[in-house]
Ligand binder design. Structure first.
Ligand SMILES: *Cc1c(COP(=O)(O)O)cnc(C)c1O
Length: 397
């Protein structure tokens, strides 16, 4: 439909510009050596996404292998306790336990189409590494996962899982020895092996086309949720849609289903890694976005109870959504997250991953503001991987 000026209005979450920009964010800030790889990838993705056969194969994998659609569950007891209606989008029920499988199946399928035989990935909590190792096993590909040495220590079980799945886990020993260092190592590997390797990036970040491509593979979360909410809400949408934000992929996936409605979009960040909250623009890992940095532009270490959110930057589209006021971003502390983790476990019989427990922590804090509303929480993953860490913490070890 034409607006008054006679031009077609831009959709709130449309495609990025040809340079990969979302508003003033995104783009491709990479060394010369990586440019051809990103160009090849962009071309391959555009062609694949326009190919009905690729789309069909992707949809079939999501259904038959990942177990989609994931349901929307009415959280009755939490609703009662909080004083407003809570709906949960159950990405925790996907194969491998989180939303990450959507993106990984899409990228592995693309890698296969491009004739690559080796998948490279970085991982924080280990969930993206497990998902990538899973896809590599499914497609018979070699798999190398870079993981910060600190995270390897925090998430031993996931390291063992990746090994079981046939992947090699390589410790990233530089910097804070966490997720951002693993990304650097993975990029270094990719530059050297691009001929037969595919870099399977784990969130809606990095150089163009990654933020756009990763969002596209996660749009299924929003598409399903929109339909499922319409069935529950007489064709309506929730008042608020909320999700945790690390790099921003699960949030961008669910936001994409509601960006064109009047639902309020709320991303929740750990207080120790509040990249959007601080509103400082900068370049990290190949694109322009908001990130945690000091006065001289040095990237700060993010700190969070959850390895999956322990990242100093955020995907460029979130920076853009914050910039234009379409989404807002709220911080929560580790203590608030620990409380939310136990709250959902006790009241719903669902042990959440620590990441989505951030979004719930905000919902608990914002009770008064949310009174009487309907809130959709993207439950991005299950808490099995976090149980040992929580046991230690709660028993005071
Ligand atoms: C990895 C992970 C996240 C954080 O990544 P995003 O790209 O911000 O979604 C959130 N929740 C779970 C369960 C994860 O495994």
């Amino acid at each position: 439909m034409a607006d008054v000026a006679g031009t077609v209005p831009e959709p709130v979450m449309g495609d990025p510009s040809p340079e990969g920009r979302f508003g003033r964010f995104g783009g491709r800030f990479i060394p010369e050596t990586l440019v051809p790889a990103c160009q090849e990838l962009e071309k391959a993705f555009r062609s694949a996404w326009g190919d009905p056969e690729f789309r069909h194969e992707f949809s079939s994998l999501l259904a038959d292998y990942a177990g989609r659609p994931s349901p929307v569950t009415e959280a009755t007891r939490m609703s009662e306790a909080l004083g407003y209606r809570v709906l949960l989008k159950r990405e925790d029920l996907n194969h491998t336990g989180s939303h990450k499988i959507n993106n990984v199946l899409g990228q592995a399928l693309l890698a296969k189409r491009m004739g690559k035989t080796r998948l490279i990935a970085e991982t924080g909590a280990g969930q993206h590494g497990v998902a990538t190792a899973t896809a590599a096993a499914l497609f018979g590909m070699e798999c190398i996962v870079y993981m910060g040495e600190v995270d390897i220590e925090r998430q031993k079980l996931n390291v063992f899982r990746m090994n079981l799945l046939g992947a090699e886990v390589v410790p990233a020993m530089s910097g804070s020895r966490t997720l951002k260092d693993a990304v650097n190592e993975a990029m270094r590997d990719w530059v050297a092996t691009v001929e037969d390797s595919y870099y399977c990036l784990g969130s809606a970040m990095g150089p163009h086309p990654y933020p756009w491509m990763v969002r596209t593979f996660h749009e299924i979360i929003g598409i399903e949720a929109r339909e499922q909410c319409a069935a529950l809400l007489d064709g309506g949408v929730p008042d608020v849609v909320t999700a945790c934000v690390g790099g921003g992929s699960n949030a961008i996936g669910i936001f994409s289903g509601f960006a064109d409605t009047d639902a309020e979009l709320v991303g929740v960040e750990p207080a120790g890694g509040a990249a959007v909250g601080r509103r400082v623009p900068g370049v990290v890992h190949g694109s322009k976005s908001f990130l945690m940095q000091d006065e001289v532009g040095q990237v700060l270490e993010a700190e969070s109870i959850s390895a999956g959110l322990d990242y100093p930057g955020v995907g460029p589209e979130h920076a853009h959504l914050a910039d234009i006021g379409r989404a807002r971003y709220e911080p929560v502390t580790d203590d608030e997250v620990v409380e939310a983790f136990q709250f959902m476990s006790k009241l719903e019989g669902i042990i959440p991953a620590l990441e989505p427990a951030h979004a719930l922590a905000w919902m608990m804090k914002a009770r008064d503001e949310l009174a009487g509303k309907t809130v959709l929480l993207n439950l991005s993953g299950r808490g099995d991987k976090d149980v040992a860490q929580m046991q230690k913490l709660l028993s005071g070890e």
